[in-house]
Write a protein that binds this ligand. Structure first.
Ligand code: BT5
Length: 263
């Protein structure tokens, strides 16, 4: 289990990761981070919990975090740039995915890939979920909550997930020091945040995406769209080549490989 004092000492000196709000058990770290941000908590504030009882995925889905088995955290960011407000949230999404991949690779040596829009895969299975939520004041971005859930020793049962899932310890075959992983992750996030050249960020994110050029089904609010994953755009949209030859831009959805029988 994390110890609040050790957490504070280990993260001292980081900009992203101070102050620390630590909870043994909480509903959702993203909800708590939002509450704190609305009370004026500064950029870099970290909400971290040993257990989530109402962890959230996208579009109201559940994220499972049993006690002491994961990293479940939310960072409050307050990007200062006045321009390209909406795009900034997308960039932070890319940045989070990349920083998580880099941290996992540095700590475990495992190879990671991103599955559009931002699942982190290890051995083709989902080991990390990322939930970026932005709050606006008028058209101005007020703050962004960057929520990250990493399965460290929790291997989700197949019947509880709709995409194959795994955890880092199952893949690497030995225990992982969660505090070290947390520190490396925050350090990578900070490095990427401070040098966020949009062009490099997009290029690095695109280079890590799996399923590029492959036959896929994209689940969207409008229903399932079969096609070929042609590319991604700098704003994070997936470019789907439909069987009719037309292209479709999808901003919100979920990608699955299309079974050979369905092509
Ligand atoms: C995500 O949603 O992948 C984003 C998850 C973000 C979780 C973090 S934890 C810290 C912070 N606080 C929160 O409340 N949330 C964030 P989505 O792509 O919608 O995936 C959700 C789906 O993944 C579920 O419907 C399940 O099928 C599956 N799932 C649930 N728990 C899982 C787990 N621990 N590992 C792998 N898959 C899981």
């Amino acid at each position: 289990m994390f110890q609040p004092m050790t957490l504070n000492q280990s993260l001292a000196g980081l900009h992203l990761g101070q102050p620390v709000f630590f909870y043994r058990r909480i509903g959702s770290t993203n909800d708590e981070a939002k509450r704190l941000a609305n009370f004026g908590a500064p950029e870099g504030s970290l909400v971290i919990a040993e257990e989530q009882t109402a962890g959230r995925g996208r579009t109201g889905r559940k994220w499972l975090t049993p006690p002491g088995t994961a990293l479940a955290l939310s960072l409050i960011l307050r990007p200062r740039s006045q321009r390209l407000q909406a795009e900034q949230a997308t960039r932070l999404n890319m940045l989070a995915g990349l920083a998580v991949c880099e941290a996992i690779e540095a700590v475990t040596g495992l190879r990671t890939l991103l599955k559009w829009p931002n699942d982190v895969l290890v051995a083709k299975k989902k080991a990390v979920g990322i939930l970026v939520e932005a709050a606006f004041e008028g058209k101005q971005l007020d703050y962004v909550i960057l929520g990250i859930g990493v399965n460290v020793s929790f291997n989700p049962p197949a019947e509880q997930v709709h995409f194959p899932a795994t955890c880092l310890e199952a893949e690497v075959g030995h225990p992982i020091d969660r505090l070290n992983l947390l520190k490396v992750l925050l350090t990578r996030l900070e490095a990427r945040y401070n040098s966020a050249s949009p062009v490099a960020l997009y290029a690095d994110w695109r280079a890590r995406l799996t399923m590029m050029g492959e036959p896929v089904i994209i689940q969207t609010a409008m229903g399932d769209q079969p096609g070929r994953m042609e590319d991604v755009a700098p704003d994070g949209a997936l470019i789907l080549r439909l069987d009719s030859g037309e292209t479709l831009r999808v901003l919100v959805g979920e990608a699955h490989l299309r079974p050979a029988a369905a092509i």
